[in-house]
Design a protein around this ligand. Structure first.
Ligand code: IYR
Length: 222
């Protein structure tokens, strides 16, 4: 067993209350500008930006610090094409056979359908996997904990980092996503969590008119 080693918390910065409020307002305003985008430009994005955003995601809090995620960043057009073909096959089945009417009704304000051209247009598809096990530096295989929660938090941070960098993303969840393991050659120990389509928006990108719930509806203070 490895012993805990502690060091002084030196990265923390305490701001005045006024400064904190201003920072919270500014960040809320910045995040309120984020939109999920389905119309992408094919304009190239420097890989360094994606690397930095993935590193940000990798700072996420997670179960026992085992960091149970893996990000496969796809830019190869051949692989993107394979993913599109496989995803559209699943989506076709979803929209035309599997999806209950209630789900289709919930999706109708978003205007989504089985056609996923963005899977080839966007410069990057980031496939996010949750790993059931980790390998320790000494080669031992150990179980990961809170995989879904950890990967969900990391994905949220990745989406935030991408927005902060000035790009847009789409959380795409073709279901089932098992084809990603085959196409990307990822062991079945890792389960696909979602596909984050990333790039610049198309010049004429449109987004649905939707509202976010107000504070009173999403929070209770007691
Ligand atoms: N996976 C499908 C359907 C879909 C489901 C939800 I929940 C969304 O918020 C959006 C779409 C698709 O990607 O079209």
């Amino acid at each position: 067993m490895q012993k805990a080693v502690f060091q002084q918390l030196s990265s923390y910065i305490e701001y005045s209350v006024e400064e904190m409020i201003q920072r919270a307002v500014d960040f809320r305003d910045q995040m309120q500008k984020r939109r999920t985008v389905r119309h992408f430009s094919d304009k190239p994005v420097p890989r360094e930006i994606i690397e930095l955003c993935v590193l940000t995601a990798g700072t996420a809090p997670n179960g026992a610090n085992l960091q149970p995620w893996h990000f496969v960043v796809v830019s190869d057009p051949k692989v993107k094409h394979e993913i599109r073909v496989a995803a559209e096959e699943e989506e076709n089945d979803f929209y035309n056979r599997r999806a209950p009417q209630e789900w289709l009704d919930a999706l109708s304000p978003l205007g989504t359908d089985e056609h996923k051209p963005f899977l080839e247009t966007a410069p990057y598809l980031i496939a996010i996997f949750g790993k059931k096990h980790s390998e320790l530096p000494d080669g031992r295989k150990v179980k990961n904990y809170y995989v879904h929660e950890s990967v969900g938090i990391a994905t949220g941070m990745l989406i935030t980092a991408i927005h902060n960098a000035g790009l847009v993303s789409l959380t795409h969840t073709p279901s089932p996503m098992g084809f990603l393991n085959n196409i990307l050659n990822v062991s079945s120990d890792a389960k696909p969590f979602l596909l984050l389509v990333t790039g610049y928006p198309a010049d004429d990108a449109k987004v649905p008119v939707i509202q976010k719930k107000p504070l009173e509806e999403i929070a209770t203070f007691i």
